[in-house]
Write a protein that binds this ligand. Sequence first.
Ligand code: ADP
Ligand code: ASP
Ligand code: MG
Length: 403
Amino acid sequence: MLVVQKYGGSSVADPERIHRVAGQIVALREKGHDIAVVVSAMGDTTDELISLVKEITDSPPDREMDMLLSTGEQISIALLAMAIRKRGRPVTSLTGPQAGIITDSVHTKARILNIDTRRLKKEFSQGNIVVVAGFQGIDQAGGDITTLGRGGSDTTAVALAAALQADLCEIYTDVDGVYTTDPRIVPEACKLNVISYEEMLELANLGAAVLHPRAVEMAVNYKMPLHVRSSFNTNPGTLVREVENMERALSVTGVVCDHNVAKIGLFNVMDKPGVAFTIFKALADEKINVDMIIQSAMRDERNDISFTCSTGDLKNALAVVDRLQTDIGADGYTHSDAVAKVSIVGAGMISNPGVAATMFKALYEEGINLEMISTSEIRISCVLRDKDAEKAVKALHKKFALA
Ligand code: ADP
Ligand code: ASP
Ligand code: MG
């Protein structure tokens, strides 16, 4: 059997935990399996590196950010490999580039294009456990180190599992699995034994940190089931896999909150063909991911257009909007990053009328004002004041009886 395991930052936060993880890996190896282990940087290392940058510059080049942030994972692969070796097992640590992880050239949010598995297979054939640095690769064009975006070690693990056609892909983290909402916000949240790919993708895209969205995308594309579980105990975790319709009893599966949201509103934009194209093409050219887009009802040949993006992209998005405002005839614009997006997700929602009304009622009962709303088949999202987000999550979790 070939097993891919991923250990997140908190699972390798200190030497004691690294030893514990090494013990677990060696015990699995003793059963005769080939093992590729993906590790994140220890504890808060990545955040600490980012804080360091802030003391040097406000606008670090993305290439140098990748050069810096990739060092966190390089520390943990070496230490974990040493801990495994200490237990007498042959092991090789590999950086992303050494493991053959080829990406595009979009520094700080690179996408994996391909994995050249020759080195990995050679290591397995020599009986070695392989420990791979998460969240990094090498860009095809320039040969530089890239990173996959915050939380990207999950994506490394799923990509390796797919490329190696692994029998099992386990994501070890600091909670027992995927819960109905973040258990750190709502302690009564329940662990889900199984969740469908679509629901997990939606939760991840909407900001549930437990899995990186692109990891889930890749799991869907390669039909790779994932087992999300705790590295601190042996409890069974959550299986992320294809789920038959029959198994879907609940209308709402989870509640999720994303604080990494900023809102921009353009006033009195001309109402004529090509205006939306001009705005969103210019944003796309700057590689700014736009999420919700709302155009108000037309009056006097004018519209208001608002959209959301990540807080990290706000500065660049404002520069684009500022540049375009005269061309599109806007009277001005407003922005805020003191907002959050709170969403409910559930594959059964579409066949349950009244879910939206119930959601809005719960928020109204808490006196929470909704600034933007958007819906899809399996989710409803509201943008609201950041300070109301936690209250909103708790109220929705309770209203939909998820505890
Ligand atoms: P790792 O370092 O292992 O990758 P992360 O911090 O990236 O761990 O992800 C795990 C965290 O995700 C949990 O500690 C939890 O606070 C958060 N989280 C958010 N939403 C959920 C959810 N629905 N279920 C479980 N955990 C969640
Ligand atoms: N160390 C990186 C981060 O903190 C990648 C990861 O942990 O998945 O975002
Ligand atoms: Mg993570």
